[in-house]
Design a protein around this ligand. Sequence first.
Ligand code: KG4
Ligand code: ZN
Length: 329
Amino acid sequence: MKILGIETSCDETSAAVVTGEREILSNIVRSQVKEHSVYGGVVPEIASRAHIEFLDGIILRALSEAKLRLDEIDGIAVTAGPGLIGGLIVGVMEAKALASALGKPFIAVNHLEGHALTARLTDDVAFPYLLLLVSGGHCQILHVGGVGKYELLGETLDDAVGESFDKLAKMLGLGIPGGPQVEKMARGGNAQAFDLPNPLQGRKGCDFSFSGLKTAVKKIVDEGKHTPSDICATFQHKIREILLERLRNALEISPAQRVVIAGGVAANLYLREGFQALAAEKNIRISCPPVALCTDNAAMIAWAGVEKLRLGQADGLDFKPRARWPLVG
Ligand code: KG4
Ligand code: ZN
């Protein structure tokens, strides 16, 4: 089985071809950082226009790198939500047009499910597993029982983790995307430079809260007594402590031999070190997909398409893109 995947839910325009044998034949990702950086964040209208401009060419490149003609593809999978509605419409319309012209299945993929299943593509992880999903818009711990079988153990009550990285980068004028900039700036910084709060510390369960942390960091930035590298290092360290504490709680509630970390924030090497230390301590396996497959890409969407199509879960061409589309409920 060979599936073409399309991802246009935020500021990456991406197309990929993935096989049922877990091979990534191509995965072209075009970031729109250049278009958005002068505005300090993603501008939805500009994002949609850039997707329209580049998507056709990126699909053609993905096919040519995979050495396949369009008619050799067995299905078209596309991110149909959640995300910026303009971008979603661009990708979904393109996928529907291709599926309809080729007479091949159309598969509407939930972007979060793409992240959730990536470790099955890269590491062949078997169900069930515990999932920490940390991206620009989400921070959740889920029990993953199978494709479409997600149980929410806890989630953020306010900001997402990626969002708090992005906000700190903005306060410090580090540019976008914020996460990688903060990670870079944190290198060589003192991770114990000052005290930061750990909201919900000691509380049972797997909910998160990051807004108090953001306020505390803002105060420190405004006081101007610390270097940006100390601020980034201390912030990143506190985020790591919070994520690990909640993962520990999750492992008590829902013991698992296998844990998966997914979403853009999972690309952070300092956080990944912490996850591996926890894995060693608990004698379990914690999988983080390769860095390039943690941030948004179409290979994960194509793979979710493979998983869904195997189960006969194709969608009708009347499927509407969804700006909001929770994985659970
Ligand atoms: O999954 P993703 O690419 O897009 C969404 O689905 O939201 O995640 C993007 C988020 C952004 O907030 C970005 O700053 C963050 O992931 N991120 C990182 C790193 N790379 C990306 N956060 C911390 N450290 C990183 N290295
Ligand atoms: Zn994402």
